[in-house]
Design a protein around this ligand. Structure first.
Ligand SMILES: Cc1cc2nc3c(=O)[nH]c(=O)nc-3n(C[C@H](O)[C@H](O)[C@H](O)COP(=O)(O)OP(=O)(O)OC[C@H]3O[C@@H](n4cnc5c(N)ncnc54)[C@H](O)[C@@H]3O)c2cc1C
Length: 464
């Protein structure tokens, strides 16, 4: 038996392993934590993002400190095999303990501000890095313009400033695409909120997800007393979390294979959960655990049908609001100054929008002093890096063109369905893996990707 040092897909010319992560949002930072904990040999990690900050994730860190995460603390551990890691961190955090009633046992069921989660993720990253004196991490504020696979299996990243970096492994964590600089984003947000509060009589909030609800409540918090229209194509607003624990429950028998039978099956699972003293939310949590195999088993026509008719309903039941936030939204709608309207936005015009209302064919102008776009994001497949990967055959889209085709470990699949050796963590894989835009799924995927990178970086044992 001979040990071939670095006679593996990774490692070149005796240099240490080079890994690149493109994007420093939650997925990028989570991937860094997973690599630091999983890859046993020394390596150099380079993290690219034109956004200057490093934190628990851009979407989460830029949020105002009062905004509450819509996942329970018990579901937000970034440590594999230690589901209580986040709640233990909260318990050890004197500042947080003082702010929250000690009567809440274990903190597992509570909802925490986004900034708190962001602090936790960053602390875990710093600790993981401190444990690894054999790893160097370099943060670059350059965006990546192009990724190429070389004949020797390595990857060349072209940076926006024209320079290049050669790496053994590349992880794309670009989420929904490049962001505008944070400062500008925040200033625009503040300015929009101020001007809406000061001058406007009618504000339209486009979208129906958590961001739209956040925005409505922030307008009110900022003192806006005018009319708000939530303009949504389907009209399904997020449902509430239950005040009960909602541990996942779901019938164990095999799921039917046709969409309409699946819908009936899920409805009766929810009813059964309620009858047994649990909640429909517990059944939805159970469904989420089976969503991946279920999605993979559906033929493309049924996937399309789900997307057209059921996705909005599914999203409104999976992305839920803490019960008190939901109650506030209900009061807001009942008060009459906030209205939910179903319609499709066709274009922006001076003084408002052109809209086609649900069930009508005519287009109509809809006056608004201010329009805030909170529609659900999807990965930007026209982003030059992604478009280039698609045209060079290193990636392909999923059947519905919602994102890139990936396996559960986040490895990009080529048009022939082969792993491309590149990884895409998080929302980029939304069309292949349901719920991969959520923290628990991103955590699991990051560790799976890191385990593959670790396996490929190990010296290969060969008979001989
Ligand atoms: C307001 C809000 C609340 C949420 N609440 C929850 C919650 O309670 N629970 C839950 O599970 N999930 C929640 N999520 C969802 C989850 O946090 C997101 O799906 C996740 O943050 C996505 O992170 P990401 O790093 O993949 O993408 P992003 O946050 O979009 O980050 C991608 C980064 O990549 C960079 N980038 C893009 N292109 C390039 C390039 N070419 N070169 C270099 N860098 C590039 C961008 O600048 C950006 O910084 C929430 C999301 C939002 C927006």
């Amino acid at each position: 038996m001979t040990v071939h040092g670095f006679a593996s897909p990774y490692g070149h010319g005796g240099q240490s392993l080079q890994i690149a992560i493109v994007g420093r949002g939650f997925s990028g930072l989570m991937m860094a934590i997973a690599l630091l904990k999983s890859v046993s040999q020394p390596f150099q990690l380079r993290m690219f993002d034109p956004q200057p900050i490093i934190s628990g994730g851009q979407a989460l860190a830029t949020a105002r400190s009062t905004e509450i995460l819509n996942s329970r603390a018990r579901d937000l551990s970034v440590s594999t095999g230690e589901p209580k890691d986040f709640t233990r961190w909260l318990q050890a955090n004197a500042h947080f303990r003082q702010a929250v009633s000690a009567a809440i046992p274990g903190f597992g069921q509570i909802f925490v501000p986004k900034a708190t989660f962001s602090d936790y993720v960053y602390q875990r990253f710093s600790e993981a890095l401190a444990q690894r004196t054999d790893v160097s991490v370099q943060m670059s504020n350059e965006g990546i313009a192009r990724i190429r696979r070389n004949d020797n299996g390595l990857f060349t990243l072209s940076l926006a400033d024209g320079s290049e970096a050669v790496c053994d492994a590349v992880v794309l964590a670009t989420g929904y695409g490049l962001k505008v600089p944070l400062e500008k984003n925040e200033q625009d947000r503040e300015a929009a909120l101020r001007s809406a509060s000061n001058n406007a009589e009618h504000v339209v909030v486009m979208g129906n997800g958590l961001r739209a609800v956040d925005q409505v409540l922030q307008l009110r918090d900022g003192g806006f007393t005018g009319r708000i229209t939530i303009l949504s194509r389907r009209g399904f607003l997020p449902q509430p979390h239950t005040r009960m624990p909602a541990d996942a429950v779901f019938p164990s028998q095999p799921m039917p294979s046709q969409l309409r039978h699946i819908v009936r099956f899920v409805r009766s699972a929810c009813a059964e959960a309620e009858e047994n003293g649990w909640s429909w939310q517990a059944a939805m949590n159970g469904l989420r655990k089976r969503a991946r195999t279920l999605w993979a088993s559906l033929p493309p026509s049924e996937k399309r049908q789900f997307n057209r008719h059921l996705r909005a309903i599914y999203d409104s039941h999976r992305n839920r609001l803490p019960a008190d936030v939901h109650a506030r939204l209900d009061r807001e709608l009942a008060g009459g100054m906030t209205e939910l309207k179903r319609g499709t936005t066709l274009k922006h015009i001076v003084g408002g929008l052109v809209v086609r209302w649900a069930g009508q064919s005519a287009e109509e102008p809809f006056a608004a002093d201010n329009v805030i776009d909170c529609r659900c994001l999807s990965p930007d497949l026209k982003d030059p890096v992604i478009a280039d990967l698609l045209s060079s055959g290193l990636a392909t889209t999923d059947e519905l063109d919602l994102g890139l085709s990936v396996n559960p470990a986040g490895e990009l699949l080529t048009p022939r369905g082969r792993p491309a050796g590149l990884f895409a963590i998080g929302p980029l894989g939304l069309g292949s893996l349901p719920d991969i835009d959520l923290v628990p799924e991103i955590v699991t995927q990051s560790y799976a990707a890191a385990a593959l990178i670790e396996a490929r970086s190990r010296p290969q044992l060969q008979a001989g």
